[in-house]
Design a protein around this ligand. Structure first.
Ligand code: ATP
Ligand code: MG
Length: 565
């Protein structure tokens, strides 16, 4: 093909830039900033979930796209809920997603000194005061949407008195809740966040990073803009619930006199149907023992998705498809499933595994013989080559692939019918045996040696092809079949506010598999033909005894919204 055909083709692609890109383009064009610096600022109070993955990929993606930098920063300014376990899991998750923060790993708690200095500066400017009102009183004075707030009786303390009291707060003179530092803004502001918000509180509590050094801690709305400014962040991208906090964000960076301060841009959170997003809910499922840990494959924490068999590529595809929006909405879980199928489709070998077995005996096959048959690994991707699979006269097939009395259009095994055993021979059903409960125990058949796959045999055709595993050499593995943890049809929440959980979210079965599947390592994944994609569980598998998690079944009702043929 002619080399010069390419640019024309590229020019045809729609160039649609989302609103954050448009804002950044504008800022760069107008010289507001001359570079792009983004960050992902998790609070280490739980594991990251799919929503965070969106934020991580958005922020790191923008940095890459604009030749800028991306920081991973722990927003660890609240010592009550934070743990080192979470810090470690978050770093692992961000790295796994492929977001490149290089050596730019920061902790907001490293800036406590700067934050303290900023607070002192505000006091000196008459823009902050120490307040003795209790938390309840502060709330009462704040007013609401319809009523303006009332000034605190401590609002007019002198700068000197405020400096002295704030220093005493820092030195541990006061008990928790006895005094707070508040920004002096406007108690009549229509935006309640601007009604003299608390910016520092007393909390006699050790911190995972700074130990006993501080007994006062900054509040989020004060700390976050300073963290961004200190790191020279240009675009502080956060979710919609912070939109009303933006005036306060701007006030803090302005009054603290940061040069070229960052700006905040909000986008809609990602919500998914049929699963639990939100740290608070996930934490509850973990704590109530409804799932086994933060990485239970039924959850959508990043750790759980990784364990289930999702790949970073599939999550990137998902985030791209979802896009960036200003309007809150829920995305179908089926779309996530679509993305992992797309990613694994051509990459993974297609293996034979029988999850609900019944024995198939080929009565005319030489007794005790096993032959090795070549089986293509992926018919859609010949590059994956082929493997040798043992075949014999005693096989396992799926119970549903045999019927004593078939309905119309059933092309699989039934007495007198001929089918192809995938990559092997044609077999004709000659009979079956049942136990005392009427359950089929053995299906009998004969095979035609002329019909060996790859032999060029084409004298007759069959309509059905079924898969199989040779019984004498079969491995037996535990398979964990997952369904959505919430049945959204019935509503996400019960009347009492508890989650409406699906009692069948995990089914455990044992399956017969080709011998090579016994050798698989943790995180290896495969297609089990005609069934789904499976991944070796990284936690409970042991050497030679893999446990397989079903990532996703093959069937899907999901269609891409604007898919053009
Ligand atoms: P949750 O609401 O699940 O408890 P959070 O917002 O409290 O999460 P943080 O650690 O404070 O969690 O968030 C880190 C970053 O991830 C923030 O910038 C936040 O806006 C973003 N984020 C959190 N949840 C989502 C989501 N569902 N979709 C997109 N971004 C999210
Ligand atoms: Mg939070």
């Amino acid at each position: 093909m002619a080399e010069n055909a390419r640019p024309a083709e590229e020019a045809k692609e729609p160039v649609s830039r989302h609103f954050i890109e448009q804002e950044i383009d504008k800022d760069l064009a107008e010289g507001v900033y001359n570079h792009v610096q983004t960050r992902f600022p998790p609070e280490p109070n739980g594991y990251l979930h799919i929503g965070h993955a969106k934020s991580i990929l958005l922020n790191s993606g923008l940095a890459t796209q604009y030749g800028g930098k991306f920081n991973l920063r722990f927003d660890d300014t609240n010592p009550t809920k934070e743990k080192t376990e979470y810090v470690e899991s978050i770093i692992a998750d961000v790295k796994w997603l492929g977001a490149d923060f290089e050596d730019r790993l920061f902790f907001a708690s490293d800036y406590f000194e700067t934050m303290y200095e900023c607070a002192v500066l505000l006091i000196k400017k008459g823009k902050a005061f120490v307040c003795d009102l209790s938390a309840d009183e502060i709330k009462e004075y704040r007013g609401d949407f319809n009523t303006p707030g009332k000034n605190s009786p401590y609002r007019d303390r002198s700068v000197e008195e405020n400096l002295k009291l704030f220093e005493e707060m820092k030195n541990g003179v006061y008990q928790d809740g006895e005094k707070v530092l508040r920004a002096k803004i406007d108690m009549a502001s229509p935006n309640i966040n601007m009604r003299d918000p608390v910016i520092y509180r007393v909390a006699h509590m050790p911190h995972h990073n700074t130990g006993d050094r501080w007994c006062i801690y900054p509040m989020y709305d004060f700390a976050h803009p300073i963290e961004d400014a200190v790191e020279h962040i240009t675009h502080s991208i956060c979710t919609l619930e912070f939109e009303d906090h933006r005036p306060l964000y701007d006030w803090v960076v302005r009054e603290c006199e940061f040069e070229n301060p960052p700006r905040q841009i909000e986008f809609a959170k990602l919500y998914l149907t049929n699963v639990v997003t939100g740290k608070r809910y996930i934490k509850k499922l973990v704590e109530d023992g409804i799932v086994d840990g933060w990485d239970d494959p039924r959850l959508v924490t990043i750790a759980a998705l990784r364990r289930r068999g999702y790949t970073p590529e599939s999550l990137k595809l998902f985030v791209d498809l979802v896009g960036v929006s200003k309007a809150n909405s829920s995305v179908s879980y089926a779309m996530l499933e679509y993305c992992i199928r797309e990613d694994l489709k051509l990459k993974k070998p297609r293996m034979m595994a029988v999850l609900d077995p019944v024995r198939l005996v080929i009565d005319n096959y030489p007794e005790g013989q096993t032959e090795m048959l070549p089986v293509p690994n992926n018919l859609e991707n010949p590059e994956l080559g082929e493997r040798m699979v043992p075949f014999s006269g005693e096989l396992y097939i799926e119970r549903e692939d045999f019927m004593e009395e078939p309905p119309k259009k059933y092309f699989r095994l039934f007495p007198g019918n001929e089918v192809r055993l995938m990559s092997a021979y044609f077999v004709t059903c000659t009979g079956f045996e049942k136990d005392e409960n009427g359950r089929v125990t053995v299906v009998h058949c004969t095979y035609d040696p002329e019909t060996k796959s790859g032999s060029g045999f084409n004298a007759r055709k069959v309509k059905g092809t079924i898969h199989w595993v040779s019984a004498p050499t079969a491995g037996c593995v535990e398979c964990r079949l997952y369904e959505n943890i919430i049945d959204e049809e019935k509503g996400k929440l019960n009347d009492d506010g508890t989650l409406n959980l699906n009692p069948n979210s995990r089914t455990i079965v044992s399956a017969y598999v080709e011998p090579s599947l016994m050798e698989a390592k943790k995180y290896d994944s495969f297609q089990f033909v005609r069934n789904g994609y499976y991944c070796v569980d990284s936690k409970d598998s042991t050497e030679g005894k893999p446990i397989y998690n079903r990532i996703v079944s093959l069937k899907s009702s999901f269609k891409l919204p604007q898919q053009n043929a």
